[in-house]
Ligand binder design. Structure first.
Ligand SMILES: Cc1cc2nc3c(=O)[nH]c(=O)nc-3n(C[C@H](O)[C@H](O)[C@H](O)COP(=O)(O)OP(=O)(O)OC[C@H]3O[C@@H](n4cnc5c(N)ncnc54)[C@H](O)[C@@H]3O)c2cc1C
Length: 156
């Protein structure tokens, strides 16, 4: 029995969320189109649509695990691209205004630190390697209009 839900899925936004969703939908739709309003560089670069991307990012274990389930080997890809594994409370110094510097501990927990543009770039590369995903940069969605077929319960 076919596992396909429909012919075409459209994802609005080609950030971390949109690319992850596209990776999942690719197994259930013939074609997945990701519409992204920004123009996208061929490298890991900051862009206007993700204003938070200049802030340092650490990918917590849960997010990393989830991305690895969608794109097997994602952690390896990210590490090879330059992400750094950091021990929580061992390699990061925490300070609180009321108690000062907290003692260093090894909780056996690590996070993978990278810039958000790098995380997204590696994710984009993985999503683009899937044959039925098409990323369409420079496409700003202005309105969502249900088609006649979809409005009556059919697949788009
Ligand atoms: C200061 C700060 C620090 C953070 N630090 C961390 C951290 O350390 N670790 C961590 O895991 N997370 C961190 N986050 C959260 C993380 O950045 C976000 O959760 C993540 O970027 C959300 O991804 P997203 O794809 O859901 O949304 P976004 O990154 O907001 O992407 C949305 C995308 O949709 C596109 N878009 C929007 N409107 C349209 C439209 N009409 N048509 C087409 N495209 C459109 C945008 O251009 C963008 O590409 C931080 C966030 C902030 C603000």
């Amino acid at each position: 029995m076919s596992s396909l839900f429909g012919r075409r899925a459209v994802v609005v936004g080609g950030g971390i969320g949109g690319l992850s969703v596209a990776g999942v939908l690719a197994g259930y739709f013939e074609q997945v189109d990701v519409l992204e309003r920004d123009c996208l560089a061929a490298s890991a670069e900051s862009r206007p649509g993700t204003a938070q991307d200049r802030h340092p990012h650490g990918l917590l274990a849960g997010g990393l695990k989830a991305l690895g389930e969608i794109f097997p080997g994602f952690e390896r890809d990210l590490a090879e691209a330059g992400a750094v594994s950091v021990g929580v409370a061992r390699d990061i110094r925490y300070e609180r205004a009321d108690v000062g510097i907290l003692p260093k501990r090894d909780f056996g927990l690590t996070i993978l630190c990278a810039s958000r543009p790098l995380i997204e770039f590696v994710l984009r590369r993985r999503a683009m390697a899937i044959a039925n995903i098409a990323l369409r940069p420079g496409c700003r969605v202005t309105e969502i209009v249900p088609s006649h077929e979809a409005a009556h319960g059919g697949a788009v």
